[in-house]
Design a protein around this ligand. Structure first.
Ligand SMILES: [Zn+2]
Length: 535
């Protein structure tokens, strides 16, 4: 089996792995690349995916960074089945259409500018028609029951506990008569998350493709995240300003609603503070949640059985129409605005940030991971101004980052999930994480479990042989020039020895400034350590 990493390779977006044998070629996830312009260019390179020659696609969950290129595949000739869980199928319908709508609007915005400059018009990445075509290919697959999308390939979907309908994939097949099992973790949910059950324990795999978003840290103050939300509400309510919450439409929004529901019950949500749910997609996604109680955790089902709707609030105002959304910004007084997207790189949230980011007393509450290159990441990293709609907006609002809402497992939780595997010599391949997170997690995994760990790069190809033998595919044309390591390192060693001899001599020459020498040597040390960690 050959695997090609077309995304989520040392990054967190664009999840897509192409798997192929002599007789079948399929993809696990088909996500959109998000972040800066350089990364987003990858969305246009459909030929890499060769969609006409894909037999089927498996989708782990509805998040756009795992599913957002499906319309592009349909546009470029993919016509096979797309398998996923029933809730994901319903969520995809909403999310793909919304994504297509954003693509069309952004192309129109760019075209307007181009028309003014007499430049050629461009087509959107894909249209609503492409999204509809893609959604027609989606088939619901059962959970916890193997199915065979192609002869000899067995797939079982397990609850990943990340968002509604999210799945981990177990893929089993035989090669040269030998069985092999691949496990794709998808995004791994945070245990004890509101609404979702804990991620399924899996015990065996030959090759494990594991997400590593929070590979280098644990979530801070999980228990107190609701208290922090209450503090943000108090802060802005007292100042007569708004609390802006960028939130992914699926899962994060519902979790925030659930938390607000609990705060309301505790008397910590002022009665005269309206809560706007300003995202048509989030409004529709919330409806899907109520349709699939079976996929929610036990606590939530008990609450629902008792007649309480955890996603309901007395002050909740869903705003579907654009005019209603715009009216929020002309209404004075304190309010809570939940809007998408969660990383503030698209959607209505950008308008709310433009109207509130510069206001003293306002709050912006980040509840999820902010990818490199997004406005959300820049704000969280402490930027003094942010560029929105071609205008520099200064940051005067109070910025809150509440980690406890994450739908991803933190470092210890990832290691805890991994500790359930009993397969010896399992190969662990880290995906869906930035390099800094992967380096730390890989180190922890090697220390704790002595598994072999690898973090592939974008477009890297590997052959997964039976018996857990993994070999890289080296394309001579793409290979970087080779250097003579032996010579270079021997030379460096000679220089170090010379340096040592000179340094010893300075002991007898008190006028030589040793602090300067120490600083420069430390600089060399640092460079060498950095080089080691990069290799
Ligand atoms: Zn996700």
């Amino acid at each position: 089996m050959k695997i090609t990493f077309l995304g989520a390779a040392q990054t967190v977006t664009g999840s897509c792995f192409i798997l192929e044998t002599d007789h079948v070629r399929f993809a696990v996830d088909c996500g959109m690349h998000q972040g800066n312009a350089e990364i987003e260019k990858r969305n246009w390179d459909a030929s890499l995916y060769d969609p006409k020659h894909l037999d089927f696609i498996l989708i782990t969950h509805a998040h756009i960074d795992h599913s957002g290129l499906l319309p592009k595949m349909a546009q470029e000739g993919f016509a096979g089945p797309i398998y996923t869980t029933p809730p994901t199928r319903d969520l995809l319908e909403i999310m793909l259409l919304d994504s297509a709508h954003i693509q069309e609007m952004e192309a129109e915005w760019r075209n307007k500018k181009k028309r003014r400059h007499g430049k050629k018009q461009e087509a959107p990445l894909y249209s609503e028609k492409d999204a509809e075509a893609a959604h027609r290919l989606v088939r619901a697959a059962p959970t916890d029951k193997a199915f065979e999308p192609a002869p000899g390939i067995q797939v079982t979907m397990r609850d990943a506990g990340h968002i509604l309908g999210s799945a981990m994939l177990e893929i089993e097949y035989r090669e040269n008569g030998q069985p092999t099992k691949l496990v794709f973790s998808g995004d791994i949910g945070r245990p004890n998350q509101l609404l979702m059950a804990d991620p399924t324990v899996i015990k065996e795999a030959d090759y494990l493709f594991m997400e590593s978003t929070y590979g280098n840290r644990d979530h801070k103050n999980e228990a107190s995240s609701r208290e922090e939300l209450a503090a943000a509400i108090r802060y802005s309510y007292n100042a007569g300003e708004k609390v802006i919450i960028p939130a992914f439409a699926v899962e994060r929004t519902q979790e925030v609603l659930y938390s607000l529901h609990l705060l309301e019950r505790e008397g910590k949500l002022p009665a005269d503070m309206p809560v706007y749910l300003d995202s048509p997609m989030a409004i529709r996604a919330t409806e899907v949640f109520s349709r699939y109680p079976k996929y929610l955790d036990k606590e939530t089902r008990t609450l629902m059985d008792a007649g309480e709707n955890p996603l309901e609030l007395k002050n909740l105002r869903p705003t579907l129409a654009t005019a209603e959304s715009q009216a929020i910004n002309s209404a004075a007084g304190p309010a809570i605005v939940i809007s998408a997207s969660g990383m503030a790189n698209a959607g209505r949230i950008k308008h709310h940030l433009r109207h509130n980011l510069w206001r003293q007393g306002a709050s912006v509450v980040f509840t999820g991971f902010q990818a490199m290159g997004t406005p959300g990441r820049r704000i969280v990293d402490g930027a003094k101004t942010i560029r929105l709609f071609g205008e520099e907006v200064s940051v005067a609002a109070k910025i809150w980052t509440i980690g406890g809402f994450s739908a991803h497992a933190g470092q210890s939780q990832l290691l805890e999930w991994l500790s359930n595997f009993t397969s010896k010599d399992m190969r662990v391949i880290l995906v869906h994480g930035e390099s800094s997170a992967q380096t730390v997690l890989a180190q922890r995994i090697r220390e704790k479990f002595s598994f072999d760990v690898h973090a592939p790069a974008y477009r890297e190809e590997l052959i997964l042989e039976p018996g857990r033998v993994m070999t890289p595919v080296v394309d001579e044309e793409k290979a970087a020039p080779r250097i003579d390591w032996n010579y270079l390192l021997a030379d460096s060693q000679r220089i170090l020895e010379e340096l040592k001899a000179r340094a010893v001599e300075t002991e007898n020459r008190p006028w030589v400034d040793q602090t300067d020498m120490r600083d420069r040597l430390m600089e060399i040390n640092r460079a060498m350590v950095e080089l080691i960690s990069e290799l």
